[in-house]
Design a protein around this ligand. Structure first.
Ligand SMILES: Cc1cc2nc3c(=O)[nH]c(=O)nc-3n(C[C@H](O)[C@H](O)[C@H](O)COP(=O)(O)OP(=O)(O)OC[C@H]3O[C@@H](n4cnc5c(N)ncnc54)[C@H](O)[C@@H]3O)c2cc1C
Length: 455
């Protein structure tokens, strides 16, 4: 048995960034990271097949989080950063079987066919919406209250299922979009808040918004997101052990004892658990029932990423944008499709295009029962009905994530309070990852930074 100051369990972006922050900010501490799989990265990965590069899970991050940008710089990755192309500000939503462009400016919105005239006028009435209830409101209820049911069904619900893999009337607004709640509370209206934000950005000479949503530009690395994982590995190889699965953590005197599947054990003064919360729950069972119970209450939605490579001439429309989302009212199985070849350069061979479609989410757990063939057929049929396809895909790659995306349902903030209380009582044990304060890569980096600065 060896003893170190800090053990990090899990080698996804959360564990790897925690390792980086320990090494950088607490060089006096000895640290080891253990990863169960033979490779690092967790849901981050990139495959290169026949000239296509396919991201396994995430395909980028928004460049609005200074910590992530600083992390890239500290890893020496600035020259490898790749910003999404400008034309991907073009986004589509399926309505009545047709792709409709999502208008980005108020005059275009008023003229657009994305909502009925009544629906558009209701959106414009947002400043007069009734004020917020005090309790934990669902995203759907919030949106319906502020901009109406049609906008909730056709603009926000598809975004919620595309980004969170969630169901809008079950997810908590204050946990998923705390900023929206703050905007309403501070300005009494989202429109007024956006105007104030745009004015402030203008005064600072900044552009607000960009591809992939307000306040951020979709960013990856040349050749795919796995570049950052390779760089972590190269930099910190001596602190990392792969192929080592932790089974339990117990307290032994002033230290923690960490048991591994292969029978060996380690001791550490501090443990950072960077595995999904449902797996973290099993690791801490003998340490604290309360903590294990609270961690286990965070549910996950399954998600499958289905990547197709096509010759351009076999696709019935030009893929002139980011891709599209599908409202559940349209009754398709795919949640949406991202046109990777239009977003990032050099992800497909010349003359080819790449679709990256999502199936599953909290509204479709049954999708995990589908065979690969069924999944491919469903995606092919849905895409054919929407963009028109003249052939089968030239290349197919599937990635299935049974516990894909944590769901911040109503009451999530109460679970977090319980977790924090239990962790405080234990001392020197911390959790990081996307199950707590935000589901994206930026959130993982931020949470790991927060945890390490507390050590
Ligand atoms: C399909 C999909 C698309 C996404 N798209 C985006 C996107 O475009 N942008 C974005 O910002 N975010 C996106 N996300 C979210 C993002 O991928 C996650 O927030 C992030 O990768 C989570 O990282 P993590 O390190 O917390 O967890 P993980 O990546 O799950 O890593 C946890 C690691 O812990 C290891 N582990 C588990 N148990 C043990 C054990 N007992 N012992 C040792 N090791 C263990 C696992 O093997 C794994 O490597 C997406 C997620 C999915 C699934």
């Amino acid at each position: 048995m060896s003893q170190v100051d800090v053990v990090i369990i899990g080698g996804g972006i959360s564990g790897l960034s925690a390792l980086h922050y320990v090494r950088r900010t607490k060089p006096e501490l000895s640290v080891r990271l253990f990863e169960a799989e033979s490779r690092l990265g967790g849901t981050i990965g990139t495959d290169n097949i026949d000239g296509y590069s396919f991201d396994w899970g995430p395909n980028g991050f928004l460049d609005r989080e200074p910590l992530t940008l600083k992390l890239c710089e500290e890893l020496g990755l600035n020259d490898d950063l790749e910003r999404a192309n400008e034309n991907v500000a073009n986004r589509f939503i399926l309505r009545k079987g047709k792709l409709r462009s999502v208008p980005m400016k108020p005059p275009a919105f008023l003229m657009s066919d994305i909502l009925s005239l009544k629906g558009r006028l209701r959106v414009m009435g947002e400043p007069f919406a009734r004020s917020a209830p005090d309790d934990d409101e669902s995203i759907y209820d919030f949106v319906q209250r502020r901009i109406g049911r049609e906008a909730a069904d056709y603009l926000v619900q598809p975004m919620v299922s595309g980004v969170f893999g969630g169901v809008a009337d079950q997810l908590s607004l204050k946990s998923c979009f705390p900023i929206m709640r703050e905007m309403e509370q501070e300005h009494g209206s989202l429109f007024k808040a956006m105007i104030a934000k745009a004015r402030a950005a203008k005064a600072k000479g900044k552009k607000s918004g960009g591809p992939s949503g307000p306040g951020g530009w979709l960013t990856s690395f040349r050749g795919g997101l796995n570049r950052i994982v390779d760089q972590f590995h190269k930099r910190y190889e001596s602190n990392i052990t792969t192929g080592q699965s932790v089974t339990t953590i117990t307290k032994e005197n002033d230290c923690y004892r960490i048991d591994f599947q292969d029978g060996h054990t380690e001791q550490a003064r501090t443990v950072i658990i960077a595995v999904p919360s449902n797996q973290a729950a099993t690791l801490v069972e003998s340490l604290s029932n309360g903590l294990a119970g609270a961690l286990a209450r965070i549910p996950y939605a399954p998600i499958s990423v289905v990547c197709f490579g096509y010759a351009k001439e076999n696709v019935g429309r030009s893929l002139d944008g980011f891709g599209f989302l599908v409202p559940s009212k349209e009754k398709r199985r795919i949640l949406g499709s991202i046109w990777t070849s239009s977003i990032f350069d050099a992800r497909t061979p010349e003359g080819k295009v790449q679709f990256r479609s999502m199936v599953g989410g909290d509204g479709d757990h049954a999708s995990m029962e589908l065979s690969d063939d069924e999944l491919v057929r469903i995606v092919r049929d849905d895409l054919d009905g929407i963009v028109g396809l003249n052939s089968d895909p030239e290349v197919v790659k599937l990635y299935r994530w049974c516990h894909g995306i944590p769901q911040f349902k109503i009451g999530h903030s109460d679970i977090l309070s319980e977790i924090e209380t239990e962790l405080e009582a234990l001392g020197n044990i911390h959790v990081t990852g996307n199950a707590y304060y935000g589901i994206g890569l930026n959130d993982c980096v931020k949470q790991s930074h927060r945890v390490v600065s507390k050590l």
